[in-house]
Design a protein around this ligand. Structure first.
Ligand code: NAP
Length: 261
């Protein structure tokens, strides 16, 4: 990744920070998962997104260990499958065992359990956070109303809400709602949920001599939205992470904002 000092991390409301770009691992399994994560760490990613449901926590953990990087330099996120609500502690134990770590940096409720906010699950998350098993806790695929229910019931806001986010799916009101509550928005499927051949993206990409994918990922950074692109291909892993050598102007950000469907 190119060297610049800007926007590398986003502060979390309970202290510390999350690297603004992470490496996504959904659908990467076995050797492919191990090699992709090793390569991502080699080219500079310091944040890996996995989940118990992805079936690759062991490979992620092995790649982290064998990278030779100090554990504290790598931010690891994993997630509780919603059907494991009621078995939070056991699920956490399993995730830690597979990953081969004592603590994850961020633990998310993968989906609202049974379609509800899952206040009881959130209480267990708060306990395990207090015990140091997860440095930070959050949610994924939660609506603004569901986030508010957790805050009202427990007084503890999720550190992060991970939701689908791209120039074509973003909702400024949801971002504002999150920011107002101190909940960092983390976007998934930034590329899959985009039309990479869009002419506006092509024009901006050409102006900066980057790819449309890099424009999309940089657009997240300009909005301070954490982004976790996935690729199984070395060249893309590397270029997707290389988004700190250029900026989008306010006008370019506005043009990308306007791509929303
Ligand atoms: P994504 O990262 O937006 O897109 C991945 C796809 O884009 C892959 O098919 C990849 O193919 C391709 N791609 C990657 N870089 C590219 C580039 N530079 N140019 C063209 N194509 C490129 O989608 P995602 O995996 O759905 O989302 C990212 C991560 O978010 C996941 O891996 C996962 O960690 C997380 N996620 C979370 C949830 C949730 O419910 N919380 C849901 C979905 C995803 P190649 O491998 O061939 O490069």
């Amino acid at each position: 990744m190119s060297e610049t000092e800007d926007h590398r991390e986003v502060a979390l409301h309970d202290g510390g920070a999350i690297p603004i770009i992470g490496f996504g691992t959904w659908q990467l399994r076995g050797r492919e998962a191990y090699e992709a994560v090793r390569y991502a760490l080699e080219v500079g990613y310091r944040h890996i997104d996995t989940a118990a449901a992805y079936g690759n926590e062991s490979e992620v953990g092995r790649a982290v260990r064998e990278s030779g990087l100090p554990r504290e330099e790598i931010f690891i996120t994993t997630k509780l499958p919603p059907e494991n609500s009621g078995r939070e502690r056991e699920t956490m134990r399993e995730s830690l065992r597979h990953l081969g770590v004592d603590q994850v940096d961020l633990w998310l409720i993968h989906w609202p359990p049974g379609g509800n906010s899952g206040v009881e699950t959130w209480r267990e998350f708060i306990k395990l956070n207090g015990e140091g098993r997860a440095a930070h806790i959050g949610v994924s695929n939660y609506s603004p109303a569901q986030v508010d229910e957790l805050i009202e019931a427990t007084g503890t806001a999720p550190s992060v809400n991970q939701i689908k986010w791209s120039p074509f799916t973003h909702e400024p009101k949801r971002l504002a709602h999150s920011v107002e509550r101190g909940v960092v928005l983390e976007g998934y499927s930034p590329l899959k949920a985009s039309r990479l051949g869009d002419p506006v993206l092509a024009e901006i990409a050409e102006a900066h001599e980057v790819s449309p994918a890099q424009v999309i990922l940089r657009w997240h950074v300009e909005h301070e939205v954490v982004v976790i692109p996935r690729s199984s291909k070395r060249e893309r892993i590397s270029s997707n992470g290389d988004i700190f050598g250029f900026h989008l102007s306010p006008d370019e950000v506005a043009r990308v904002d306007a791509l929303t469907d």
